[in-house]
Design a protein around this ligand. Structure first.
Ligand code: URA
Length: 426
């Protein structure tokens, strides 16, 4: 069958600052998925979109075309479905606590996640530190677990938004990731295809995030909210600070251990605060009222839901977590106040230690990561331990120490850290 458009005309239209028609968008996304539009043509179009932008309707249509490139799940398990997506940060183990918490409050939480790339860790990589746990589930297994336990965190099936899978890999190697319409449509196509009725977005801002500035984060949030609404998914966004790491750990097993502390009623206050803010938004969007997630978290019920969630995927929640072959303590070089403990530096250190990967498909070390022993704003003495580095490869330590040193500043005085939750956009 003859193709209705030529890729070169679509590229030229966007290159010259034009608006793509619905028919052009539908065709180019579909033809790229079928291999009719070549990689180099899509690379040129992605660059034209990055430079020229897409308006709200164009972005919503682009997202629809990416959803239509694969399956869209319809989940009906007798309770409202609520999902959360984080744009990615350092130390972001929130899903591990939030999914069982919101399930224990009465919603069904289908969390289809990805693996980490670069300095931001992936939720699946963290959970795979738990002996036996498996990320790959069939759709039937996922629905059965949602029905039974109420929460599932699993790998997104290749059948969901395959156009995005292909396009994301291309953007990664053509310097076209940093386009707000392309990021928004990429995230939302996968989320909407997974079938939740409501979605809360944790949009991170700061050195450790994709969006380095607040105006960019607000624009991304509004773009994603618009796409969600256009597809009948109740969507809200919480803007949160990612200039410093979340909690006191970044890596795999170390983050699981910290999440378990929160599930047992302890853990760092910032992790607890953000979990509760997101849980309240999720419950409100799902129409669940009269349940206080703080009370549910304190009741012990969430820890039981966590155990059931891990066991359902073959994991042993009581097994000891992997321990690193090497530990290295980083000490304060002077007396003073810890004025800066930068998220990107901590994320880069964890990555250097082996917690993350530099190319898709690479294995990660379960035991690798950073455990912070001081927080921004703390008074410190020369020689005091600031962080413990965990790795199985001793050779990785010097580069990790250097990466961390880039983000540690000790001064005579320091401003108190700003708020974690910057805004809620509905
Ligand atoms: N995460 C995604 O899924 N897609 C992007 O484009 C950026 C972050």
């Amino acid at each position: 069958m003859a193709e209705p458009f030529a890729a070169v005309d679509v590229i030229r239209a966007k290159r010259d600052g034009g608006r793509l028609t619905d028919a052009q968008v539908d065709w180019v996304v579909d033809a790229y998925t079928r291999g009719v539009v070549a990689e180099e043509q899509m690379a040129a179009l992605a660059m034209a979109i990055l430079l020229r932008g897409m308006d709200g309707d164009e972005t919503a249509r682009w997202t629809r075309a990416m959803i239509d490139s694969g399956e869209r799940l319809h989940i009906d398990v007798g309770r409202p479905t609520a999902d959360k997506h984080s744009t990615g940060g350092v130390g972001d183990k929130i899903t591990l606590v939030l999914a069982p918490l919101v399930a224990a409050c009465g919603a069904a939480v289908p969390q289809l996640s990805g693996r980490g790339l670069g300095h931001t860790g992936g939720t699946l990589d963290k959970l795979e530190a738990i002996p036996g746990w498996r990320a790959e589930l069939s759709t039937a297994e996922m629905i059965a677990q949602l029905d039974d336990v109420g929460a599932v965190v699993a790998a997104a099936s290749a059948a969901l938004a395959p156009a995005d899978r292909k396009l994301y890999a291309l953007r990664d190697v053509t310097a076209t990731v940093e386009s707000i319409p392309l990021i928004a449509s990429s995230i939302m196509s996968k989320k909407i295809a997974a079938g939740p009725r409501s979605l809360v977005l944790d949009v991170k801002v700061g050195s450790g995030a994709f969006m380095k500035t607040r105006p960019d984060a607000v624009e991304l949030a509004h773009t994603m909210i618009g796409i969600g609404r256009a597809h009948g998914v109740a969507t809200a966004a919480v803007l949160t600070d990612m200039s410093r790491p979340l909690g006191l750990t970044a890596g795999n097993a170390v983050e699981v251990a910290e999440a378990v502390e929160v599930l047992r009623g302890g853990g760092p206050p910032d992790v607890v605060e953000l979990t509760l803010v997101l849980a309240r938004e999720m419950l409100a969007l799902a129409g669940i009222t009269g349940v206080d997630p703080a009370e549910v978290l304190a009741s012990g019920e969430v820890y039981r839901t966590w155990q059931a969630m891990i066991r359902a995927q073959g994991g042993d929640p009581d097994a000891p977590l992997p321990r690193p072959a090497h530990r290295h303590v980083v000490e304060a070089e002077a007396d003073g106040v810890l004025a800066e403990l930068d998220a990107l530096a901590v994320g880069m250190a964890a990555w250097r230690l082996g917690a993350g990967r530099s190319a898709p498909g690479e294995p990660v070390q379960h035991a690798a990561g950073v455990r912070l022993l001081a927080r921004q704003g703390d008074e410190v003495r020369k020689g005091q331990p600031l962080a413990e580095l965990h790795t199985d490869t001793a050779d990785a330590v010097p580069a990790a120490v250097a990466a961390l040193a880039d983000g540690v500043r000790i001064a005579a005085t320091a401003e108190a850290p700003g708020p974690l939750v910057l805004d809620v956009l509905r």
